[in-house]
Design a protein around this ligand. Sequence first.
Ligand SMILES: *Cc1c(COP(=O)(O)O)cnc(C)c1O
Length: 489
Amino acid sequence: MKQTENWQDNENLDPADWASARERMHRMVDDAIDYLSTLRDRPVWQPMPETILPHFHQPLPRGPEDPQHIDEELKAYILPYTMGNVHPRFWAWYMGAGTVSGVIGDFWASVLNPNLGGGQQSSNLVEAQVIDWLKEIMHYPMEASGILVSGGSMANLVGLAVARHHMSGFDIRLEGMTGTNPMVVYASQEVHSSVQKAIELMGMGSRFLHKVPVLADYTMDVSALEAMIKRDRAAGLHPIAVIGTAGTINTGAIDDLDGLANLCKSENLWFHVDGAIGSIAMLSPLVQPQLKGIERADSVTIDLHKWLHMPFEVACTLVRNATNHRETFSLIPDYLARNTRGLAAGHLWFSEYGIQLSRRFRALKVWMSLKEHGADAFGRMISKNIHQAHYLGRRIDEHPHLELVAPIGLDIVCFRYNPGNRSLTELNNVNKEIKLQLEEQGIAAPGYTTLGEMYCLRIAIANHRSQLADFDALISAIEELGHKVVASQ
Ligand SMILES: *Cc1c(COP(=O)(O)O)cnc(C)c1O
């Protein structure tokens, strides 16, 4: 073979000088602590200046760069312009704010760098422990199974894949989706888009995701669902599953999970709960009663990088019947065959419970964080956010130019600026402009949605760093901006 590179046997990718690597990493820790302890001093978000763009259109670096230079680039062009969801006044979409204990867990996960596909290793025990804790939180049976995945979208896909496999009535892994009566899945009109993606990806067709109307509080109309199931059965369709949402993305509404569990039982349907937002609120005594019935679900999605504040990415699917779960995904080729001794022994092979073979050690940050703070602390942060949502709601109610446009569900407050005598279109434009200016001025990052035809600000307070004064600041800023924006129209 022609040798074109000049490699040496003792070359590797470790630091050439461990002492300076140690120094660099110590500096990194100092910088990270500085960053996190001074969040309030900085804008929530800031637009990226054009001048940074060339730094991200560089040719592939063929040779080494000075680590110090790389760290400087990180600080100059990356740190200031990330999303901002770690900031106390970030309330957009639905994010978590991260924890230092989670950072330490992720750091160690990368240092150890094990592959959680399977095998005899402590890392698997950590994941199993975290899953057991989640079962305990959900009041789920301990013989249930579970797997940590990248996020709520993947957790929904895994849960629905098990539902489809178990409910199809034939060997769907062998036969595929051919030649069957279309299988139908039901969810409310407020269902998250990830569910539709899962249905599409599984080849079931989004036309067979039947969306059930909601009541005035944005929860699923269970009697409408019942009628739809009957109608579909009469039309020769094959209903297989109902998805209840525990905390909808628009308004935080929690479907009547107990009612849905009853209906699924009598109709012999799989009951999946998309609890990406609200399931972890089982930790809050304030919310727990509203989640009654979640413990009866056949599968549950729990997103841990949202209201549990784990650094992205981590979520969990729990499946009540471990056999159903394993039968959906297990495939053991020769090169993964099990031994009774050694590294390839043991029964904890998470690759048999999901799509991924190689998997990162995402359990570690959850394990470390739950131990460091205790689960009750996370529950208190959830309750605090709910109190803050209602505080904000009261401030809105008292204000002559602000109005709530949906009931407050969990920690989500939907409202708009409305000084009166303006058309729907005008109000929509005013509120869009207020939102943009709040962001561009770095004051706050509100979310947004459209309810009915009303564009509104949507404050989703999944943020352990927010304080009441942050909501006062929000109201004052909206007051001032609203006045200016209306005057300039
Ligand atoms: C966020 C969300 C999802 C998707 O979760 P990701 O972690 O973003 O993949 C699913 N369902 C609901 C209700 C959500 O709010």
